[in-house]
Ligand binder design. Structure first.
Ligand code: FAD
Length: 241
């Protein structure tokens, strides 16, 4: 493997290469294994915000008693979601009072403005069509250096492992941030990779293990894909009704 670190370039060799390069998916792209997941064509825009209102404040409870009445717990320290036709958005409180706010939308159903003004402003305009976001973000400002957008979120690699390499985390696949499965996927793929490498080093034959790992990774993606599509449809249908 050729490594570039600052100005230095050198070659390293190892019995195993674990690709943990995230969305760059180095091996999958280089080897032609990378595929977009066209059945779940979503995109996302998100940012860190300052000045988002407090879900649990007296101001909002008095202004919107119907929002406050059904809730006995605190909402301000939790992840809250709002949804619309073809999209869902999150509000995640961060350390220090900032809030992560972003939207994931189906590119077939939602026309998220591509041009005109700053991405953070377009995100706010989009979200503020929803009454809750309009209230929560009324005085909020996005942090200019922390505004992001990614199209075609879902993808996968057709190969996950071979004799000497294994793909983990987003380098192997990405489905959808709904219900925050990212860390689960990282744990699942890294422990499978560690097991594969340990077994090989202990002298176990690889062929069967490689077949298993491909099978369980594909199964996880297929189940995840189906669930996300079903959950999204059910959620949107319920909302629209
Ligand atoms: C909009 C959105 C919201 C999300 N929300 C959540 C959430 O709420 N909860 C959750 O659990 N997950 C969430 N996720 C998913 C989560 O962010 C990812 O699954 C997770 O970050 C993947 O971790 P990773 O280590 O595989 O990749 P990354 O975190 O992307 O790490 C890859 C690392 O490799 C480095 N790298 C890449 N290429 C090279 C190279 N050529 N040389 C050297 N280094 C390289 C990168 O710099 C980076 O540091 C979200 C994802 C998106 C898109």
């Amino acid at each position: 493997m050729n490594v570039k670190h600052g100005d230095k370039r050198f070659r390293v060799s190892a019995r195993w290469v674990v690709d943990a390069s995230g969305v760059n998916a180095l091996l999958a792209r280089k080897e032609g294994w990378w595929r977009p997941n066209t059945e779940h064509p979503t995109a996302a825009a998100w940012s860190r915000w300052r000045g988002v209102k407090d879900w649990d404040s007296r101001e909002l409870a008095e202004k919107y008693p119907n929002w406050a009445a059904p809730v006995y717990g605190t909402r301000g320290t939790a992840t809250n979601h709002i949804i619309g036709e073809g999209w869902w958005a999150w509000m995640i409180p961060l350390k220090g009072g900032d809030v992560s706010v972003g939207v994931v939308y189906d590119q077939r159903l939602v026309n998220f403005s591509q041009h005109g003004g700053r991405l953070g402003d377009r995100l706010k305009n989009f979200l503020c069509k929803h009454p809750v976001a309009r209230e929560m973000l009324e005085n909020a400002e996005f942090v200019e250096e922390d505004v992001h957008r990614r199209k075609n979120l879902a993808y996968y690699s057709t190969t996950f492992a071979g004799d000497g390499f294994v793909l983990v985390g987003d380098a192997a696949a990405f489905m959808d941030p709904f219900y925050s499965p990212g860390m689960d996927w990282i744990s699942f793929t890294t422990s499978s990779a560690a097991q594969l490498i340990t077994e090989q080093r202990n002298g176990s034959p690889l062929a069967e293990r490689l077949e298993n790992i491909t099978g369980i990774f594909l199964l996880a993606i297929a189940v995840g894909s189906t669930l996300f599509i079903k959950i999204s449809i059910i959620t949107w249908e319920n909302t629209i009704c």
